[in-house]
Design a protein around this ligand. Sequence first.
Ligand code: HEM
Length: 427
Amino acid sequence: MIPPGSRMPAAVQTAWFLRDPAGTFDRLHSRHGPIFTVRYFGFPPEVYVTTAELAEQVFRTDRGGGLAGAARRDFLKPMVGSHSVLTLDGDAWSHHRKALTPPLRARQVAGYHDEIADIAAEKIATWPLGVPFALRDRIQEITLEVIIRLIFGIRDAERLGRLHVLLPRLITLGGSASVVMLPSHLRGRAAKAPFTPYARFLKARATVDAILYEEIAHRRRTEADGADMLSGLLAAGFTDEEIRDELITLLIAGHETTATSLAWAFERLLRLPHILERLPDDEEYLDAVVKEVMRLRPAVYEAPRLLDAPLRLGDYEVPAGWYAGPFIPLVHLDPDAFPEPEKFSPERFLDGRQSRAWMPFGGGRRFCVGAQLALLEMRVVIREVLHRLDLTAPDPAPEPRRLTNVTLTPARLTRVTARARSLDRTR
Ligand code: HEM
């Protein structure tokens, strides 16, 4: 038996989802229970699950039967190429994952602490005072810089300068619906017509690639055994093209997700003064706050697998060729895993408490390789901001969730007004 779902045509279901993703899933969940099917126009059907136990069954398919790479390949390939840990499966994935993991382990990223704090301080000093602005965009400048300087490891001022101009342009063009949703069989034609968004995207990509290839050539000549990502990939014998693809992968997977999660942290904290009051210097409490923000406002809403074998889930069977994955915001509201699930309560994560239902970074073998870096960045940026600025929300109403690419973003991008903190409250 196939999991239940709406009988409306796929085009209607897609339109509902795009307009109000959270509301649509709430309705499906209350109507059909913890497993339901959604049909998106132009794609195989997707079965969503909303409990930790069912999510684990889906993640178990990483050992065989489920392909996380294939589930993402079509829409990510124009940006990340053919050699990306995000879009590979099987042995090729495992080879890439092994090379990417060591520089992103907790102990290794702890060494980035001071540099992240410096980058944050540098950028925060440029934020406007006394007038409302969109915090998400400003924070994204910090998370982008962390990737360029710490993960790419680029120190050359001229290359850095060019990337600062070109990367935001590449990301905007590459993330636009007209590029992401362009069917692969139309890409060749769109590339030849000079003024299509796809052709402009390709031009921006070629310019960024040229800079990355310059850096790779430079690093091949000068050093091979540093501890950063690029050195690790060189040491693992990766080709220039493979290194390029993985650097862009880390950029795409790592900077917008972290910026959005941070934007949600401030969106929530400005509306929860009793929590904000206890921040930022109690390190353990800050860590628990970050986790609770990611529970109630996960930036990534799903972690799908494309099934190459049928998957049994309870009384249902999901056919091969369909997608299956957790709908993360609803797993995080499962009252069995999180009592009083709607309540913002960092205490759930104090004293080393964890829950297998907490999955903002996905799970199984494809669990986010950058999770430790993201968590560190979030703690450091929150601390640096709160030490320097008093933030207020010009509109106290909570910001609804809006869908942008693969993330759920605060609809007003966390609109805030900043004022310098009075001296007695700084460090
Ligand atoms: C708060 C920030 C972040 C969130 C919410 C997030 C979330 C996720 C999720 C949900 C997945 C899919 C896991 C699955 O399919 O089970 C993922 C995969 C991935 N993430 Fe993150 N991520 C974040 C930050 C980062 C950072 C900072 C990096 C790297 C610098 C990164 C690199 C990756 C990569 C390479 C993958 C693919 C792993 C694989 O397929 O083996 N992410 N992330």
